[in-house]
Ligand binder design. Structure first.
Ligand SMILES: [Zn+2]
Ligand SMILES: [Zn+2]
Ligand SMILES: [Zn+2]
Length: 416
């Protein structure tokens, strides 16, 4: 019986060999077909040995062509988190069900804040074929850069400087995984029991945890704080975790690059940060053919005292939202954006993005200047009336809420 790794390499080799000269010149350093053949034979011989390494060296993989075309774009997910937070379980799910492959560093024991052997963890549940090993984080990153159109995951990022390098790449997403310390301790105890090691007391585990997360220079809290997506893994079983991860779909490319709606809505939200109105922050962006024509935020007109410095008596009176609007001195974000763009620059096809649904007075102005579409994120207290006016004026109205960032609970309910 031929061992399984042999079969895989033999099939790959016979399929791939005819296109060798062109394929290698595209993605690998110049090398001859003879040396490639030699390398493949070496791999085959290596796999015969009982001491076959737990992962195929990255140099061997580097010569293979990119075979997958089912993904639109490369994705490298970095998973970070405390002891027994579940990052390895997430990586395992991705390799098992979403065609990710695990990238690891050879020196995976570094850096340990404590020499205790119980803290050493080797992810042996991910099959060899789904993992690759590298000498350095740089070579890992270089490898992923060349292997476009494929999906990779790593749990081996420890250093803030290295993380900076990873975060510069458009295909990298940092995901943190966390769980209550009491639950993580229970998972750790179960792991020790499986490995026939003596489990630590809760207090001992808490001290390890504090060291691992907060120790100066090596603490991982600096990494988890920078995660673009934060998962709270309070699930009690692997099945529950898998269900939640399926619903979350970490491989969604939009997490890497916002679509146009998301992009302009986030610009509108950024404009809102400049608001000086005591009542509410609102931001607005006018867009034509995916280009910003103007931006606006709400506040008192120029040369008048800012609303948040007492400029508008109505806004500073503390009455409920929407009351006394006729006495308000603050210009709305939409008004400011429309004034900034000017009538002659607003033509057919202009979209108004606003993080809040326009009020009635803004709606009539939007209709008058000839905006084609209004996209808003949050509702206001006169949405129905505004919608009716826009509909009568032949202006499309739709709501778009950017994907939620921050903490996501991984629970059976669907992981949102
Ligand atoms: Zn105001
Ligand atoms: Zn006001
Ligand atoms: Zn308004």
């Amino acid at each position: 019986m031929v061992p399984r790794p042999h079969l895989i390499f033999l099939v790959c080799w016979f399929w791939w060999a005819p296109g060798l000269p062109t394929r290698t010149s595209r993605s690998c350093p110049p090398t001859t077909s003879k040396s490639l053949y030699y390398l493949t034979c070496t791999i085959l011989l290596c796999t015969c040995q009982p001491s076959f390494p737990r992962a195929v060296p990255s140099e061997c993989w580097a010569i293979l062509p990119a075979t997958s075309t089912q993904y639109g774009r490369i994705m490298l997910l970095g998973l970070c988190g405390g002891i027994c937070s579940g990052k390895n379980a997430v990586a395992e799910y991705l390799t098992q069900y979403q065609n990710f492959r695990l990238l690891e560093l050879k020196n995976s024991d570094f850096p340990h804040v404590d020499g205790d052997p119980r803290l050493r963890y080797k992810n042996d549940t991910v099959p060899r074929a789904s993992r690759l090993e590298f000498e350095t984080a740089e070579s890992l990153l270089d490898f992923a850069t060349k292997r476009w159109q494929e999906h990779w995951v790593t749990t081996h990022i420890w250093d803030a400087t290295i993380l900076d390098r990873f975060l510069q790449r458009p295909f990298f997403l940092l995901v943190s995984v966390d769980a209550p310390v009491s639950l993580r301790w229970k998972r750790f105890v179960a792991r020790c029991q499986r490995r026939q090691l003596e489990p630590p007391r809760l207090e001992e585990f808490v001290l390890w945890n504090d060291k691992q997360l907060y120790e100066k220079d090596v603490g991982r809290a600096v990494l988890t704080d920078r995660a673009q997506l934060r998962l709270f893994n309070s699930s009690s079983s692997l099945d529950e975790l898998h269900t939640a991860l399926r619903a979350l779909n970490l491989a969604d490319e939009q997490r890497l690059r916002p679509n146009w709606d998301q992009y302009f809505m986030e610009l509108a939200s950024l404009a809102a940060q400049r608001s000086n109105c005591m009542k509410r922050r609102v931001g607005c962006v006018l867009v034509r053919e995916h280009r910003v024509i103007s931006t606006g935020y709400n506040g008192t007109p120029r040369h008048l005292k800012n609303c948040n410095e007492g400029g508008c008596p109505r806004c500073n009176s503390g009455e409920g939202g929407g009351l006394g609007l006729s006495t308000c001195l603050c210009l709305h974000a939409e008004e400011n954006a429309l004034l900034e763009a000017g009538r002659e620059r607003i033509r057919e096809g202009v979209i108004l993005y606003c993080d809040t649904c326009p009020c009635l007075t803004c709606t009539v102005k939007i209709a008058q200047v000839g905006i084609s579409e209004v996209v808003y994120s949050q509702g206001y207290n006169m949405d129905k009336d505004s919608a009716a006016i826009l509909e009568a004026a032949g202006i499309r109205l739709r709501q778009f809420s950017p994907p939620r960032n921050g903490l996501i609970y991984l629970e059976e309910s669907g992981g949102t």
